[in-house]
Design a protein around this ligand. Structure first.
Ligand SMILES: [Zn+2]
Length: 248
């Protein structure tokens, strides 16, 4: 992943998806917004710790930097579940942690602050999906559910997918309780720290995606405080990044 400067913001881009002009995508970063305190400055979620006006102003800047408007966004109301919703228009989708579409012009989004944003692109249908995957989602199989949902809904073949994993808390910083070793295989731990992105790569390949077509950012949200919010580092009052994915 690299950062592209656009309208005063720094937008995370995957080389894998950047090569595909038929889709647009991005991962937000912290600088360039209007929020202050723990949400400083480009907070795109967390209404419990920031004003709605700030969040809306930041979203307007973010979507503009992507060449979009807020009116195109499909925004899931995330609950750390495994439901994947097929959407064909913008709006808020309650109780959903993944969204997918084959409709051009619908901007899929998810919000994160340590969890994995996972981008899936089927270039042949074409269709896209965007998933919010934390430890609960990974434990409960949300990535397999997303691939299965695209197969079922759009006839997608995962062997053709491109997949990208955005910034999330890394194995350098993600200390977890002993009980996590019941949830994930031992090889994904470095002592008491979990490599959740490696879990995600394993699950995506297990669903039929070619590992050579998976790009993981390798960026730890907790390590890079200048650019990323981190729930583990800063607590509940921190802001939220927003990932976006759209078929043009
Ligand atoms: Zn780290």
């Amino acid at each position: 992943m690299f950062l592209e400067r656009s309208e005063g913001l720094y937008i995370g881009k995957f080389a894998t998806l950047f090569r595909c002009p038929e889709i647009g995508h991005g991962v937000s970063t912290r600088p360039g917004g209007v929020s202050t305190g723990g949400c400083a400055s480009l907070n795109l979620g967390n209404p419990h710790h920031d004003s709605g006006a700030n969040i809306e102003a930041n979203r307007a800047r973010y979507f503009s930097s992507l060449g979009l408007t807020r009116d195109e966004a499909a925004i899931p109301g995330q609950v750390h579940g495994t439901r994947i919703a097929a959407v064909d228009g913008p709006g808020v989708i309650p109780d959903t942690d993944g969204v997918m579409t084959a409709t051009p012009g619908v901007c899929l989004t998810v919000q994160t602050a340590d969890c994995l944003p996972v981008f899936l692109y089927d270039p042949f249908t074409p269709a896209v999906a965007l998933v919010h995957a934390g430890w609960r989602g990974c434990r409960d199989g949300i990535l397999a559910a997303a691939v299965a949902g695209m197969r079922r809904t759009y006839g997608s073949d995962p062997a053709a997918f491109l997949a990208c994993i955005g910034p999330a808390i890394g194995p350098c910083c993600y200390r977890v309780d002993e009980v996590f070793k019941e949830y994930f295989p031992a090889r994904f731990f470095l002592e008491d720290r979990l490599d959740l992105a490696a879990v995600a790569v394993h699950q995506l390949t297990g669903s039929g995606i070619d590992p050579r077509r998976i790009e993981a950012s390798g960026i730890c949200t907790s390590c890079f405080s200048r650019y990323f919010f981190s729930y583990r580092r800063d607590g509940e009052g921190t802001g939220r990044m927003m990932s976006a994915l759209i078929l043009h």
